[in-house]
Design a protein around this ligand. Structure first.
Ligand SMILES: *Cc1c(COP(=O)(O)O)cnc(C)c1O
Ligand SMILES: [Zn+2]
Length: 432
């Protein structure tokens, strides 16, 4: 892959060729996260805003020359990405703002943003297995499983993508994962390990198992290519806005891989000269899972800051030790952005507010990004004329229990009635 210059360790700066290392910097173990560095001069002849305007591919693969895959690499059939970007004037004016868009990534095939990364994992894993087979001969099983730990969505995404091509996979999720996410895993035919413990426990166990059994490891903040799948959201936002980058992007943050990917995508576009400015990236964390927000506010070093105890209704952003914390911190500091925190009550209230304001139904972690915008608007962190994008990272159907709690919280309930017109009239009567 000549369009990749090298993989660079974010701790020591050492550079590796893609075939030298599979996941992390050997000198830095599990913390040695690598960044994929491209040769934009080699990419530019193969893709441009003009070529994209004529490209009928409506998935992340429309940006294939900008991704760490060979031009002829087979891609899975599920349609990942190219999700809608809705202009939401009603929500905007409620907040005293003029330009707010919602990028609805709940519209992905398994209903979360994580499909972007899992699709990449599948393509990379299949590439890795075939080159291993060439080198190691027939002892290698042709279909070694892909594995990941997950709070639920990365797992559902991996299981769904794998199901689309008949690829075995082994999933580690905390026992507390919402039922809908576990149901997805089982329906897709994954081998599901419900770990007695937190996401962080599941993560450590998954790393050990992958190393022990030689499985392909999709883990967030460990596999360097997950950022590369996630960055496609920024390409889409820029393209959907006519290559005028927004001023501010709100995204919820757990491990920090998504916000790192958002940053990477806009950096690529700046390097190519397709956009003129880097948006400010606002990372929204739950108050009960605020590792990065706290580190940012206090100027702490994320390489030495110990894990916290994470607890929030937004299970997808519950992370005691954010695995992609280096990229996440860089995304905020280099873009003059900020981390903000929102309480669980604010997150829950954001679910019906977003749904009523623009018709997008989000799971708690997705609504958290909107809760962050509400707070930012209240505190003057954004200006009325700012062009603002809020990313909804997951569908509300992922966590129906939280959605029910959210609507009860704003005092709405269904009316139980007899099957008569009179009963309907009674309910609809003013004060009825
Ligand atoms: C994973 C996830 C996030 C957070 O992404 P990180 O990379 O862990 O910061 C936010 N929302 C949803 C719905 C997710 O599944
Ligand atoms: Zn290193």
């Amino acid at each position: 892959m000549k369009h990749i210059l090298h993989l660079k360790c974010l701790i020591c700066g050492k550079e590796y060729q893609p075939d030298e290392v599979t996941y992390v910097c050997p000198a830095h173990g599990n913390e040695g996260i690598l960044d994929v560095v491209y040769d934009y001069g080699r990419i530019a002849p193969h893709i441009s805003p003009t070529s994209l305007a004529a490209n009928r591919e409506t998935s992340i693969w429309r940006y294939k020359p900008l991704l760490p895959v060979a031009p002829d690499a087979p891609t899975p059939p599920l349609a990942v990405g190219w999700t809608p970007l809705y202009k939401t004037d009603r929500l905007a004016s409620d907040l005293g703002l003029q330009h707010v868009w919602v990028k609805d990534d709940g519209r992905n095939p398994t209903a979360s943003f994580k499909d972007r990364a899992s699709a990449m994992a599948l393509v990379k894993a299949r590439g890795a297995v075939s080159s291993q087979q060439l080198a190691v001969s027939s002892e290698q099983s042709p279909n070694l499983p892909i594995t990941t730990a997950s709070t639920g969505n990365a797992a559902a995404a991996l299981a769904g993508l794998c199901a689309s091509v008949g690829q075995p996979n082994v999933i580690f999720v905390p026992k507390s994962a919402p039922e809908a996410k576990v149901a997805q895993l089982l329906a897709f035919g994954a081998t599901v390990l419900l770990v007695e413990g937190t996401y962080d426990d599941a993560f450590e166990l998954c790393l050990q198992a992958a190393a022990e059994f030689g499985w392909y490891n999709r883990n967030t903040g460990y596999n360097p290519y997950m950022t590369e799948g996630k960055k496609t959201v920024s390409y889409e936002i820029a393209e959907q806005l006519g290559w005028q980058a927004p001023d501010v992007v709100f995204v919820s943050v757990g491990d920090g891989c998504i916000i790192g990917g958002v940053h990477k995508g806009f950096k690529d576009l700046l390097a190519l000269g397709w956009i003129e400015q880097m948006p400010r990236l606002i990372g929204v964390q739950a108050a009960g899972s605020n590792y990065l927000a706290e580190a940012w506010a206090k100027g702490e070093d994320v390489l030495t800051k110990p894990p916290i105890k994470a607890e929030t209704v937004a299970d997808s952003i519950s992370a005691g030790l954010p695995r992609d914390r280096i990229k996440a911190m860089t995304a905020v500091t280099q873009t003059n952005g900020a981390f903000i925190t929102v309480m669980d009550e604010e997150i829950l209230a954001a679910i019906p507010a977003l749904a009523r304001g623009c018709g997008v139904f989000a799971e708690p972690a997705g609504a958290a990004a909107y809760a962050g915008l509400v707070k930012a608007a209240r505190e003057g962190l954004v200006q009325p004329a700012d062009r603002i994008v809020v990313i909804n990272t997951g569908s509300g159907l992922k966590d129906v229990a939280a959605a029910m709690k959210a609507v009860q919280g704003v005092g709405v309930r269904p009316y139980a009635i007899q099957p008569t017109l009179a009963a309907v009239e009674t309910v609809l009567k003013p004060g009825g």
